[in-house]
Structures are given as structure tokens and as C-alpha cells.
Ligand binder design. Structure first.
Ligand code: ADP
Ligand code: ADP
Length: 232
């Protein structure tokens, strides 16, 4: 479903070149929760931003359902970007908009007609358990509730793929647990493919099927979670 081939990303800085990704190869299956774990500076954000079409790779290819992302331009690129949902460590909600308004936002951008938009927003609020918070602003929500809004917003355009960038890193253990449970449930219900990056092994152990360990811009290990993190 997601195929990454020889992905290289170089940044030009004032002090020369930094190679953030040094030839990444990955295959993520449909309906799988795939974890990418590694220390700070390993290249995790660069990888996820490249899959999300926010960064252009220096070389290499990314395919989603057989479509080569690296060759897309203009309108097709924007359309494809709408089919990749993303959730963030700091939620990235609009403070001036309510829960309903935040979830509606990507639908407005995609030009979904108002009636259908409202229907979808209602359904998404129910899905993530925020039906009774529709008119609250982000400042009136807990961290866990904010991330539920983030998840609903990411799902609004029925994405092919959900990317999670340290989505539980600023949550307390209880909220982390409930967000991970929500992601598992959504995966089951929608057969959604999820790529999740984290620096926390517990997150990987709790919900991922397979994991890749990234270090210095390279995948140094990959496999089923139970094989990569063998019990002592
Ligand atoms: P991680 O998410 O695992 O912490 P990053 O992808 O943020 O890793 O960073 C990987 C490497 O690329 C680091 O050496 C980082 O300093 C460098 N890097 C990331 N973004 C940029 C950028 N915009 N410009 C220059 N170097 C960058
Ligand atoms: P704003 O101040 O930006 O209008 P709101 O959260 O009140 O903030 O509304 C933002 C967007 O939410 C509106 O543009 C509209 O598309 C959508 N919206 C408003 N009411 C509803 C509703 N009942 N159901 C679904 N979406 C709604």
C-alpha cells in the first residue's frame, strides 16, 4: 500500500549539506499500524514530512496504492495531499474555531458542500467521542480532547493513510492510553493504514503491528514488534 524506495533527503544549510535520509526502503501494508522509532535527529520528521508531500525528496520514490507521489504536481498534488491525514504532537488546532469548526476546516478547503460537510462533521465528532463538545474552543479542552479533534480533522477527507507525528508525546499516561485505543479502534472500523512515528517504545508495543528502527537517516532494523523488541 505504501512503498518507499531508496529515499534520500539532503538539506542545504549555511554549513554545508546535511543528509537527513540516506536511502530509506519500506513497505507498509494496507490496514497496518506501522511504527517508526528512533532517537532525536534520526530523520523521523523528515521521513513523515516527505510522505506527507510537505518536503520534496532529493531522490527516491514514494508510492501510495500504486500512485507515484514524487511525480505529482499542481492540482493532483493538492488532491493527493488531502487524502493523507496527519496528527501532530501539539495538535495544531485553530484557536479561533470550535471543535466543529476545526473538524470542518479541511472539508471547506476540499470544497465539500455544506450539507454533506455538516453530516460528516457530526459523524466524526461521534466517532472520536466529542459529540458533547461541538461548540467548545480548543482552550476549553484537555490535551486528550484536543488530540481527538486532531484525529477527527485528519479523518475528515476519508484519507488513504493516516500519519501520526509524536501524537501522544505531550499527553499524560491516561490520555495517551485513550488516544492509542482510539487509533486502534479506528484502524479496525475503517481498515485504515497508519504510520506512526515516536521515540517511545511503549507506544510501539501497545498498538503497532510492525516497526522500523531509524538511526542516522537509515533503517537499522525492521520487523514484527514482537521480534524486534524480544522479551528478555
Ligand atoms: P527526528 O524527527 O528523528 O528528530 P529530523 O528529521 O527532524 O529527525 O532531523 C534529521 C536530521 O536532519 C537532523 O540532523 C536535523 O538537524 C536535520 N534537519 C531536519 N530538518 C532540517 C532543515 N529544515 N534544515 C536543515 N537540516 C534539517
Ligand atoms: P467560525 O467562527 O470560524 O465560524 P465555527 O466553529 O462556528 O467558527 O464554524 C466554523 C465552520 O464550521 C463553519 O464555516 C461551518 O462550515 C462549520 N459549521 C458550523 N456549524 C456547523 C454545524 N452545525 N455542523 C457542521 N459544521 C458546521
Amino acid at each position: 500500500m505504501v512503498v518507499i524506495k531508496n529515499l534520500v533527503k539532503e538539506y542545504n544549510t549555511g554549513h554545508g549539506k546535511v543528509t537527513a535520509l540516506k536511502g530509506i526502503n519500506l513497505r507498509v501494508r494496507e490496514g497496518e499500524i506501522f511504527g517508526i522509532i528512533g532517537p532525536s535527529g534520526a530523520g523521523k520528521s523528515t521521513l513523515i514530512r516527505t510522505i506527507n508531500l510537505l518536503e520534496k525528496p532529493t531522490s527516491g520514490e514514494i508510492y501510495i496504492n500504486g500512485v507515484r507521489l514524487t511525480s505529482l504536481k499542481g492540482k493532483t498534488l493538492r488532491k493527493k495531499r488531502q487524502k493523507i491525514g496527519m496528527i501532530f504532537q501539539h495538535f495544531n488546532l485553530l484557536n479561533s474555531r470550535t471543535v466543529r469548526g476545526n473538524i470542518s476546516f479541511p472539508l471547506e478547503i476540499a470544497g465539500v458542500p455544506a450539507v454533506e460537510r455538516e453530516e460528516r462533521v457530526e459523524r466524526l465528532m461521534e466517532l472520536v467521542g466529542l459529540g458533547d463538545r461541538a461548540d467548545h474552543y480548543p482552550s476549553q479542552l484537555s490535551g486528550g480532547q484536543k488530540q481527538r479533534v486532531g484525529i477527527a480533522r485528519a479523518l475528515a477527507n476519508n484519507p488513504d493513510l493516516l500519519l501520526s507525528d509524536e501524537a501522544t508525546s505531550s499527553l499524560d499516561p491516561e490520555s495517551t492510553e485513550s488516544i492509542l485505543n482510539l487509533l486502534s479502534r479506528i484502524r479496525e472500523e475503517m481498515n485504515l493504514t497508519i504510520i506512526l512515528i515516536t521515540h517511545e517504545m511503549e507506544v510501539i508495543k501497545q498498538i503497532c503491528d510492525r516497526v522500523a528502527v531509524i538511526e542516522g537517516g537509515k533503517i537499522i532494523e525492521e520487523g514484527k514488534v514482537i521480534d524486534v523488541f524480544a522479551s528478555p
